[in-house]
Design a protein around this ligand. Structure first.
Ligand SMILES: [Zn+2]
Length: 354
């Protein structure tokens, strides 16, 4: 028995001297014990080799058992530690493309208005999406698929069964989970080159400035006036362009609000909160399933144009889409000098309005 311990000691020492990882050395020890147990079982009683290795199989089996329990415990400990130590901060997009990205974005890069430069701008862009519901779903999917490098999403809701008829980023098995986490899983599966930052909380004025400082562009797809108003105030004050969409039953609308570039803000066009009875929410009035897909995809498209500089966007224009009778209207709007939110803001930049 002493001989075997001596052998184990020597083996361990050789392993240490050679720099073999501890894990491999423990495997070696276990193997040696396995051989000893085999000797105990296979050789007849009184055999010199069996006598030399202790003469009793139970002792060795017990020792091997201890080894196994110890190893299992360490493995569990390691897994728990890895989960606790997992970095909260996500890697920052550097602008360098991974090998498979050029291939992934090939259909973008061949577009004259996007090209390699535009795709790089998308990768370097930081976009905040407010709401991970009907509009947020296609917005997040298309921004991620298009290669927007850093996407933040803020929403305090959990996935409900009644959401699934239109909020196509969420799946049945995600019911009860925070929408931002459900969305994060979907985005990770869609495009591993995108950094998604989920914020499971309500968008409120007190966190707006700090949150928005991390982003260049904001997309709002929330379903209530109070949040939409708070997002607009924050964007107007900080000079961040805001692409906002809204839905009622069969009708959707979208615009790009940007008082810092002489375009109206949301409050220039909708100065006061409407009577809630006149604008019932989706929960109260219903909404046709594919409509948020249409408006949300348009929001994502306008965002891609805004980031790459392609074409002309929706500054000072409100697009209204009537899905029931297939009609679209484009309404022009100007900044209002008496706007309660943006009047007097960003005047120093040389912009003027009446
Ligand atoms: Zn305004």
């Amino acid at each position: 028995m002493i001989t075997v311990f001596a052998m184990m000691g020597v083996l361990w020492g050789i392993g240490a001297a050679m720099g073999t990882p501890k894990r491999a050395r423990w495997v070696m020890m276990s193997l040696l014990m396995g051989v000893v147990i085999f000797i105990q079982i296979a050789l007849p009683d009184g055999h010199p080799l069996r006598e030399a290795t202790g003469g009793d199989v139970r002792l060795w089996a017990l020792l091997l058992g201890f080894f196994a329990v110890g190893y299992g415990y360490r493995a569990v400990l390691r897994r728990v530690k890895a989960r606790v130590d997992a970095p909260k901060a996500v890697p920052v997009q550097t602008g360098a493309f991974a090998d498979d990205e050029l291939d992934r974005y090939a259909r973008h890069i061949m577009l004259r208005e996007v090209g390699g430069q535009g795709q790089k701008a998308l990768k370097n862009a930081r976009v905040l999406v407010v709401g991970a519901g009907g509009l947020g779903a296609p917005v997040l999917q298309y921004l991620a698929a298009a290669g927007v490098g850093t996407i933040g999403v803020i929403d305090d809701d959990v996935v409900e069964n009644t959401n699934l008829q239109r909020q196509v980023i969420h799946t049945t098995d995600q019911i009860g989970r925070p929408k931002v986490l459900s969305a994060a899983d979907a985005i990770a599966a869609l495009n591993p080159h995108v950094t998604l930052r989920p914020y499971h909380r309500k968008f409120t004025a007190d966190i707006a400035a700090e949150l928005l400082s991390d982003y260049d562009l904001v997309l709002d797809g929330t379903d209530n006036f109070a949040t939409r108003f708070a997002v607009n105030v924050a964007c107007a004050v900080l000079g961040k362009p805001l692409i906002a969409g809204a839905l009622t039953q069969w009708e959707g609308q979208i615009s790009l609000y940007d008082p810092a570039n002489d375009a109206p803000c949301f409050a220039c066009i909708f100065p006061t909160a409407p009577d809630p009875s006149l604008v019932p929410s989706c929960a109260e009035a219903g909404v046709i399933g594919p409509l948020p897909g249409v408006i949300g995809a348009m929001m994502a498209l306008e965002a891609v144009k805004e980031i790459t500089g392609a074409g002309a966007g929706l500054r000072g224009k409100l697009l209204i889409y009537d899905a029931l009778y297939v009609q679209t209207r484009l309404i022009s709007a100007k900044r209002r000098s008496d706007c309660a939110v943006c009047a007097g803001l960003h005047e120093a930049a040389g912009h003027s309005h009446v």
